[in-house]
Design a protein around this ligand. Sequence first.
Ligand code: ADP
Ligand code: MG
Length: 586
Amino acid sequence: MRPRRGLVSSSVWAQRLRQLEHRLRTKEERIVVLETENAVLHLKLAEYEGLAGRSTNEVLQLYAAHGQQMKFQRSSVVTQLHGAIKRLKQDLKSLHSFALELSKDLQHQSKTCLYQVLAAVQGIQLQNEAMQMFQIKAFDLEQSLQEVTERYEKEKQKRKALHNSLIELRGNIRVHCRIRPLLPFDDAAGHSQDRQRNFSEKVAYAADDETILVKCSRPGHASVNKTFQFERVYNDLESQDAIFADVAPLLTSLLDGYNVCIMAYGQTGSGKTYTMLGPQLEGNLAFTTEEESELGIIPRATQEVFRLISEKPPGSYWVEVSVVEVYNNEIFDLLAKDSCGKVFGIKRDVVTTREGKSDVPLLTHETVENASEFLHLVNKGLQLRVTHPTMVHAHSSRSHLVVTLTITTVVFGDNFGTLWEDEQTSQRLNKEASFTFTQKMRDNKSTSSSRASSPVQLEATEKMKQVKTRLQLVDLAGSECVGMSGVTGAVLRETSFINRSLSALADVLGATAEQRAHIPYRNSKLTHLLQDSVGGDAKLLVMVCISPGQKYLTESMQSLGFGTRARQVQRGQIKKKNFPVPSKGK
Ligand code: ADP
Ligand code: MG
């Protein structure tokens, strides 16, 4: 068996060898092919290498050319850039110098500003200090002002009390006497029985400031000198200024809460209207500056009242005016207007109110703001005043003219202690205030248009009261006897009314002098109208006007008798009040 097995394996090996030899030949063939290809490739490579060598040269040339171009380009850009840089540098330089200057400037300015700020701060500090000082000073001043105001108030009250005492010492009724100068019309012959005498001879003289001397002579008798004493006697040379100087203190009393009446008494032509109004003011109030010195008591008193009011707190006072004429015992409202606004006198009546005051219902009261408004109104009123030429004087007034200024004082608070220290006045005015307050409210319901123009809205305040004081300025009608004026008929009737009212006035003054319980105010419209300013604590000044000529002796003596009688009232009052009799000095 064994040799068989060896035969098999050697054939396998031979086959195997053949296979390997075949594979070897295939490989060798393949190598040859590859070597051929390789040679071809080498050739191609050599060719390409040649090509590549040529291209590199070209590239190098191109590169060189490109490099040169670039160089060229670069150099021009560089030049440009250089220029630009140069310019930039220059700009930068100028910018730098500008910035430098600017910063220097800014530095300088900021320094200046800083100094200014510092100075301002210092100033403010100083001002603050000064302000503080001022505040302290202002506070001190305020305090001292308050003290001074309080002291002033006290002094004011004292002044009022003293002023009133002074006026009372002088007499609540004062009688002054004015002798006018002799005038051309004094030469004309009168109706005296005694035609042999020199009519223009002067018989009345001011012996001194308080005495008037009258030479009384009758035919066949030795002349007798009679003297009369008054609080003040004015000679014929004394000016309107001098007259008013003695009247002015009464106006202070008016604003202190007292009613005041100033009246001129005397025969026609004795200077009543001249004294009360002035020469230009009877019917014509247009006066020049020079004529202003001739103004009488009425315009001057009004000016003084407004001056006194201007010293008071604004709005606390207002003034109303009424102008009436008492003619033939009738009262005429000279400021009343009809529906067309035309002025004409309307008859009014005087009544006594429940409170015992005199009142003229529906009387026109015009509110005035100053003296010229007042004069304008009075002028309007005067144009209606009834005049009638008598034989004594061509412009004699046959009526009593009563110009009334009503001063309304607005008082705040519960009492008048602050305004009127003196207990009596304060109480009196307290009573009157509540009266006038309600009265005013009533009046306003049926008021005349002019009343409505007063500041009634002020009355709305409950704590506010109104006090009214009156200044009555009276130009009385002539006091002459009927026989002397040479009148008859209607004029005689006029004269008789005038004489009756004047004697009623004398009776009122007489009754007051005797301290009678009943004062006959209601015997005439004149006294009824003047009731509140004649008697009581009202201040009355009677200006007795005297014509100095012989021709008027009888009338002058009558007027001096009236003045003397009125003056006794004052004496009576002083005695009653235990005041010392005033010394004769002015
Ligand atoms: P009465 O009003 O009393 O009738 P008047 O005032 O009209 O009197 O005066 C009569 C005249 O006398 C007027 O012309 C007036 O100018 C003049 N007269 C009065 N008093 C003086 C005086 N003191 N000084 C100058 N003239 C006066
Ligand atoms: Mg007159």
